[in-house]
Unconditional design. Sequence first.
Length: 337
Amino acid sequence: MSGPHPSTAKIRYAVRSALADLPPGSVVLVACSGGGDSMALAEAVAHEQRHASWSGGAVVVDHGLQLGSDETASRAAEWVRDLGLDPVLVERVVVSESGSGLEAAARDARHAALETVATRAGAAAVLLGHTLDDQAEQVLLGLVRGSGARSLAGMPVHAERGTRARYRLCRPLLGVTRAECRESCIAEGVPWWDDPMNEDTDFTRVRARRAVADLEADLGPGVAAALARSADQLREDADHLDALADAAATTLGTGPWDVAQLAGLPRAVRTRVWRRLLVAAGAPAGQVSARHTDACDALVADWHGQGPVHAPGDLRVLRRKGRVAVMSGSDGGGSAW
C-alpha cells in the first residue's frame, strides 16, 4: 500500500514536529477559515492526533465582513468536524476600524477571539495556517515599507501568547507552499473554499501576493522561498539584538538616563532600547515607529540643543544637563528632574 501524497506527508510531518514537545493530555486548536491552507492543516492535525498524546479541535472565527459569513463559518465548522476534530467552536467577532485599516482591525479581532477561545478550552496551542507564500509576502511588505530587521524577520513559527492563560501560537506550515496545501486537500478529498476577498486588490496583502507572483514570473521560480529563507536568517539576528536590548533596558532602569551610558550602547541595540523605554512609559507598542526611535536617538548621537521629541501616548522625550527622560505631555515642567 502506498503512502500519502508527498504534500500531505510534508504537512503532517510539519505538524508532528511542531507539537512533539506538548505534554500529554494537551488540547490543540486549529484556527480554520475553511480555506485551502487551514483545511490542509486541519486534516494533518486530525490524522496526527490518532497517534499522539494530545487531542485536536478547531476554532472558526466569523468576522462578519461578507454577506453570508455565518453560513460560511458553519460550513467550515462542519468540514473540520467531519475530519474528526473536537471541540469545534465558532466565534463571531465585530471588526471595528480604528485608523489602522480593515486588515489590521480584522487581525486584531481574530487574535482576541483566538485568545478567548484558547482560554475557555484550556488549549496548550493554537495553530495558524500561514504558509511559505504568506511569509514571503510579509517580508516583501516589510521591504517596501522600509522596516527594520524585526519586521523583515517575518512571522515566527512559535510565539507565546495569552494574558489570562498562556498558550503557544504556532505556524507549522511556514515551510509549506500554498500549492502544496491544495495538493494535499485534493489528495485527501478535503473540501475548501476560496475567499473572494483574496482577490480584492483594495487589500495590501492581495497586492503583495500578486507582486510575488510577478517576481517569480520575471526572475524565475524560487523568489518566495528565498524571501522566506531571508526571514529565517534575519529572525536569528533580530532575536539576538532584542535579547541585548532587553538586558540593556533592565540595566538602565526607570530613568532619567545618563547620556554617556546611552551613548555607550551600540546603535543597533540603542534604537531597540528606545522602543522599550517608550513602551514602558505608556506608548502604544503598535504606534512606535523608526521615526520616533531615530528622533530619540538623535538626543544622544546628534545633540545640537533640539527640543523634546513627541512620541505616541502623549509622551515627550527630552535632554537636560546630560540626562534624557521620558515623561507625559502633562508634565510640562519636568519638575521631577
